[in-house]
Design a protein around this ligand. Structure first.
Ligand SMILES: NCc1[nH]cc(CCC(=O)O)c1CC(=O)O
Length: 303
């Protein structure tokens, strides 16, 4: 009998759910047992200071630390929370087939039907900027905390609506409360949104090969293109940058946008090409966006 693989996960409902999904899929495909190892990350204990600590990167670094310490064998992250700069000690062994990449509004009515001045909660500059393009007359309120806490602010009446990733809402079983799912054309998702990244140590060749079982090459090509836009713009997860790519496995279509946080100006560009050139496509699209002033729109603090 082989020993179960240890999958390190944060203890939030969303993290354990997505870790369990990957664990089950891996066991079904390879026969290897997987056990979840719940870890409390520094980001979980000092949530109040998350912005100062550098956003969601804290969770990622903490889980990577557990890999490096040999406490766990692999970890599952929401791809959109991973910094674009690779860590050479860590391998991204798999990127799972993407769930719904779109953003969703939780509230009583669709965005269009909210009254002027309605309070809409979101902590993401990307979402605020694009929402302001659609409804400049609403009041956008920064919020943090896990999805349950955020939804609670709508239920309690503190906020009229909130915007979250549809994939996350599905994972925690709260998609019944979605009033509207935004089409990617009206609200470009965060690069990598809806996809999960599976990481292990770069020197564990056998494990990397095993984890490849849950890799989805078309998703990988799409998110490579999206994340290379973000990297070339030298932007992080707090930047008002949206990017979405999709394709049939051969041809990839990529659209990206940078929107000024006041929603007044934006740069948006699209490109198509072979999936094998995903990274170059992203880089070239970013260069074309910078030529049209994307740099200035982002401002310094969004980096
Ligand atoms: N930054 C938090 C985060 N990271 C991943 C998801 C959602 C699930 C996903 O994109 O895979 C969320 C919540 C949200 O943005 O609503």
């Amino acid at each position: 009998m082989t020993v179960p693989l240890r999958l390190g996960t944060r203890k939030s409902l969303m993290a354990t759910t997505q870790s369990q999904i990957v664990a089950d899929r891996l066991t079904a495909l390879t026969g290897r047992e997987v056990e979840l190892v719940g870890v409390t990350t520094f980001g979980d204990v000092s949530r109040a200071h998350l912005t100062q600590l550098g956003g969601t990167g804290v969770f990622v670094n903490d889980l990577r630390g557990r890999l490096l310490a040999g406490e766990v064998d692999f970890a599952v992250h929401s791809l959109k929370d991973l910094p674009t700069k690779p860590d050479e000690r860590i391998a991204m062994a798999a990127i799972t087939r993407r769930d719904d990449p779109r953003d969703a509004l939780v509230g009583p009515v669709k965005l269009h039907d909210l009254p002027a001045g309605a309070r809409v909660g979101t902590g993401s500059p990307r979402r605020v900027a694009q929402l302001r393009l659609l409804r400049p007359d609403l009041d956008y309120v920064p919020i943090r905390g896990n999805a349950d806490t955020r939804i609670g602010k709508v239920t309690s009446g503190e906020l009229d609506a909130i915007v979250l990733a549809a994939a996350g809402l599905v994972r925690i079983g709260r998609d019944g409360e979605i009033a509207q799912v935004f089409e990617v054309d009206e609200m470009l998702p965060a690069p990598g949104q809806g996809a999960l990244a599976v990481e292990c140590l770069a020197d564990r060749d056998d494990l990397i090969e095993l984890l490849r079982a849950v890799d989805d090459p078309p998703t990988r090509a799409a998110v490579d293109a999206e994340r290379s836009v973000l990297a070339a713009l030298e932007a992080g997860c707090a930047a008002p940058v949206g990017a979405f790519a999709s394709g049939d496995g051969h041809i990839l279509n990529l659209t990206a946008t940078v929107v000024a946080v006041d929603g007044a100006r934006s740069v948006r560009k699209s490109a198509s090409g072979p999936s094998t050139t995903a990274m170059e496509m992203g880089r070239e699209l970013a260069a074309a966006m910078i030529a049209e002033g994307a740099d200035t729109l982002m401002g310094e603090q969004a980096r």
